[in-house]
Design a protein around this ligand. Sequence first.
Ligand SMILES: Nc1ncnc2c1ncn2[C@@H]1O[C@H](COP(=O)(O)OP(=O)(O)O)[C@@H](O)[C@H]1O
Ligand SMILES: [Mg+2]
Length: 361
Amino acid sequence: MPLDRINFQGLRNLGEVSLRPSRHINLIFGDNGSGKTSLLEGLHILGLARSFRTRHLKNAIGHDKQAMTLFGRLEGDPPIPIGVERRRDSDSISMRMAGDRVERIAQLAEALPLQLINSDTFRLVEGSPAARREFLDWGVFHVKHDFFDVWQRARRALKHRNALLRHDRIDPSTLKPWNAELARWADRIDAMRSDYMTQFVPIFETTLTELLGIPDLSLRYYRGWDRNREISDILAASANTDRQMGFTQQGPQRADLRLRVGKHPAVEVLSRGQQKLVVSALKLAQGLLLEQTSNRTCLYLIDDLAAELDDKHCRGFCHLLEQLNCQTFLTGINQRALNHDWQAETQVERFHVKHGQLSAG
Ligand SMILES: Nc1ncnc2c1ncn2[C@@H]1O[C@H](COP(=O)(O)OP(=O)(O)O)[C@@H](O)[C@H]1O
Ligand SMILES: [Mg+2]
């Protein structure tokens, strides 16, 4: 569901922001330092209660402000108001949705599925498996309703098992119940992830072909443990080596997505530009799959696309965005930076940011 109202106060250098965005494409223009990324950051905090720029939300409060209050309204009948507030004098964040207090961030995340594309996301190919796992789990979380619960149970079992492994002396029998618990949830997580990937891969391939052809590129899911063995057997057999390492070496916490070109890891073969297009295709394909499987749309936050992709691929990317029914906020230095020929029926709103003040046009 798109946001039909946005109201921010006390966010970084931005003055009061009051917007009625388009339900499809929103273009945000402004000079360096005007506040474009801050606006995307505000939307990110609204959907996930965390920033992509800082680990400490307090840093996002305007220097001379006591609090940051972010409000958005999801279109619907009735519309759903959501709000996030972070005060300087308190260590906690308060979240509300439809008039009620929100206790779990997952509730916000579920209401506002959100995809960020900026220069950090473009590291998805070359970065650590953790980033790709987070990417994969975003998709699984939004299409499989019990995933969050299952994943939390696995994490709890893993934490207990790892804590025991770090003791100097352990009686192997104490590991047994945690092995069983971890194995049980690991299999469930694997089934959900693997199911998701079966749906995801063909959509990703079609999307990538529209952006750029890379023959021989393959995307495979690695579940985190040996393909030919049961996780329960692995956990039982690896107690000693796991103890030497001090942690559980195989399991769903080690899952990854493997991108290859022929036999080589994609990161060794693709140019930076090609890697960006692969990441773009990954991100767009997740939005498409969400739309197809659950009839929900996600919110795309895209920071400075023109700085990342050349003209031709920028246009190809915008063309795909146009086909997706998702609400999108795209930033750029000036109108020229995003001069895609939007089709007449596409709803496009333009906003200009100058010294922290937003105006339409
Ligand atoms: N907590 C803060 N309070 C006030 N201003 C801030 C804060 N943090 C950063 N800024 C300023 O906000 C401005 C906007 O930054 P940013 O949103 O990154 O601009 P843009 O993306 O348009 O280049 C910068 O000039 C920065 O110095
Ligand atoms: Mg910026």
